[in-house]
Design a binder for this molecule. Structure first.
Ligand SMILES: Nc1ncnc2c1ncn2[C@@H]1O[C@H](COP(=O)(O)OP(=O)(O)OP(=O)(O)O)[C@@H](O)[C@H]1O
Ligand SMILES: [Mg+2]
Length: 212
């Protein structure tokens, strides 16, 4: 688990988007297992990557089909299991038509936390080796927060995860933290090292992470 932290507009999402080649880098090279991503075809690259955030693209279709989208040949059990592990079942059971509920254009009938859990359900179903995670900045109630945390733990087990981190627990669980500032890496290391060596990180930690 690698974490990216930095102020709004510093370039964290841009950096993450370079990996599935939503944009290509103007210079430098990104490699996965020594393979240049520019030499892979988009389909085989993206097959190995799941993006988890609150802005996941949802269709005006049923919850069931929205999860299934991540793996069109998935069977019922696989979909129910992904919904359960991602803690989606809790909110799905409360809907009138359960899994057959139509969620509206881009999931307008769902909250941010619910959309994020659907995004986790999709990623679980896809079971890719790389997880790109954008933690929510919007505050969720502590119960939802805890559910999402658990779902993310399940999802990222034995996976390569790069996370735009806003929570202290995520940061402490990361092998390495990169502090992003004005489009560059300002410093990197573990939490304790950065507190000592990076005034930018220390400042960021005190203002934005400590109380989260
Ligand atoms: N598609 C785009 N085209 C041009 N500029 C962009 C585009 N997307 C973002 N930017 C700009 O690039 C900079 C970095 O944006 P980015 O979204 O990577 O920041 P961020 O670190 O993810 O911020 P936040 O914490 O608010 O999500 C910002 O100045 C932003 O305005
Ligand atoms: Mg961002």
């Amino acid at each position: 688990m690698t974490a990216l932290v930095g102020h709004s507009g510093s370039g964290k999402s841009t950096l993450l988007n370079l990996i599935p080649r939503i944009y290509d880098a103007d210079s430098g090279e990104i490699t996965i297992d020594n393979q240049k991503i520019k030499s892979l075809n988009l389909h085989s690259l993206r097959k190995e990557i799941s993006i988890v955030d609150q802005n996941t693209t949802l269709f005006d279709d049923t919850i069931f089909n929205n999860i299934k989208y991540a793996k069109p040949d998935a069977n019922n059990d696989e979909i129910l299991s992904a919904a359960k592990i991602s803690m989606c079942t809790d909110f799905i059971e409360k809907l009138d038509d359960k899994f057959q509920t139509v969620i509206g254009e881009n999931g307008v009938k769902l909250s941010g936390g619910e959309k994020q859990r659907l995004s986790i359900a999709r990623a679980l179903l896809k079971n890719s080796k790389i997880i790109l995670l954008d933690e929510a900045t919007s505050s969720l109630d502590s119960e939802t927060e805890e559910k999402i945390q658990k779902a993310i733990e399940e999802l990222t087990k034995n996976k390569t995860t790069i996370v735009i981190a806003h929570r202290l627990s995520t940061i402490l669980n990361s092998e390495r933290i990169y502090v992003i500032d004005k489009g560059s890496v300002e410093s990197s290391g573990k939490h304790d090292e950065l507190i000592k060596n990076s005034s930018l990180y220390k400042n960021f930690y005190e203002r934005q992470i400590k109380n989260n």
